[in-house]
Design a protein around this ligand. Structure first.
Ligand code: EPU
Length: 356
């Protein structure tokens, strides 16, 4: 008789507290990863599960049923300074550090650049996956390297900034699909002299009459704006923006602008074409959904891009509301909204072609 293999995989694990939408869902299998060594030694068992998903802070996903695969839950911690001179510092940050705590750490140490990204929920490892962004800044500007464990091949892989193919709320890691890359650490290069980004209108206006602005002031103002507009997931369950801001052609934009002079959109000019990014919050508000409550779920009263869960256990009701919104926006503006959050569970197949 051989020695039984020690397994770290648990079965039937509750995910209720591990998703900021606070919906009830169970994972058929679940493994917590506390070190790279443990990840490597458990790899054969992980590889045996064809359906798997890497769970970070759970702040950008919606479970619409129990999850029938393996949830991999990294708990990798630590911040290291790996290079430093008088101008800048390079930090290697383990994936499971809490994003906002990392932003506070940097501000405290005098490492600047991330102030505009304060209070974004989630982990450091999730930041490059969807290239988090807010108030005129995207995280990719500071990332030089992303270390991942390739769960398909069972080996470490280093992705340079260019390898990551960052785009608006997107990257190679995200496009590779759930359960392919597990981010283990991220390298950031941050400035020691403040280089403030005040291009976002509400920041520009707020600081217009100030001759000098500090990173701490930008951080404070961003925290204030977020607190006014966005619900704190600890107090009202949500996953931030549910949809991405859609891109439309110039012709489409001009047509819409004629019918809706108040339309909020920004030009996005690339080498190949000229498009417009439309504020999805405006579309949803104009379609009449802002503040709407449907049963135990709804649309946030201050930011229509955010769906909220008052007390529902069942994520499929949030999905149903999202689909109703998508249909209304399609009908009114001929625009197909695409989800920013990841939708996980049995209905995924059915919703794949509807943008969710
Ligand atoms: N707007 C409305 N009604 C609304 C919401 C927005 O009319 O209910 C219009 C307003 O005119 C506003 C404009 O849309 O000026 C833009 O709104 P906001 O500044 O709140 O930004 P957003 O485009 O709706 C994006 C990100 C947010 C990020 C903010 C600030 C996406 C999908 N969302 O929202 O990110 O905090 O910009 O930079 O890109 C997140 O990803 O979870 C998130 C919260």
């Amino acid at each position: 008789m051989g020695t039984p293999t020690l397994t770290c995989i648990s079965t039937n694990v509750a995910l209720h507290k591990l998703n900021t939408f606070n919906v009830k869902a169970f994972a058929t299998s679940f493994i917590q990863i506390d070190s790279l060594q443990q990840l490597k030694s458990n790899y054969p068992e992980i590889a045996a599960c064809s359906e798997r998903f890497v769970l970070g802070g759970g702040s950008n996903l919606l479970f619409i049923s129990d999850y029938s695969g393996l949830v991999i839950y990294p708990q990798l911690k630590g911040i290291q300074v790996i290079a430093e001179d008088s101008r800048q510092v390079t930090l290697r940050v383990a994936a499971s550090e809490v994003w906002h705590e990392f932003v506070c750490y940097c501000l405290d140490k005098g490492y600047f650049g991330l102030e505009n990204l304060a209070l974004i929920p989630g982990t450091v490892g999730a930041a490059p996956v969807q290239n988090i962004g807010a108030y005129g800044v995207e995280v990719e500007s500071f990332i030089t390297l992303v270390e991942c464990f390739d769960l398909n091949r069972g080996e470490m892989v280093s992705l340079s900034h260019d390898d990551c193919q960052f785009a608006y709320r997107d990257s190679l890691i995200k496009r590779a699909g759930q359960g392919h890359y597990l981010v283990t650490s991220v390298e950031f290069v941050l400035a020691k002299n403040p280089e403030l980004v005040l291009t976002y209108k509400p920041l520009k206006e707020y600081f217009a009459n100030q001759s000098s602005v500090t990173p701490q002031q930008v951080f404070d103002r961003v925290c204030q704006i977020r607190a006014e507009k966005l619900p704190d997931p600890k107090l009202l369950a949500n996953a931030g923006s549910f949809f991405k801001n859609p891109l439309v052609t110039e012709q489409h934009y001009l047509r819409l602008k004629k019918s809706f002079p108040e339309l909020v959109a920004y030009p996005v000019v690339t080498d190949a074409k000229s498009e417009y990014k439309v504020a999805a919050g405006w579309l949803i508000e104009t379609a009449g959904f802002k503040g709407k409550v449907v049963g135990k779920v709804g649309v946030h009263k201050h930011q229509a891009l955010v769906l909220v869960n008052y007390t529902d256990d069942d994520g499929s009701n949030i999905l149903a509301l999202a689909q109703t919104i998508m249909q209304a926006v399609k009908q009114m503006f001929d625009i197909e909204l695409k989800a920013e959050v990841r939708v996980l569970g049995q209905l995924v197949e059915k919703t794949k072609n509807s943008g969710l």
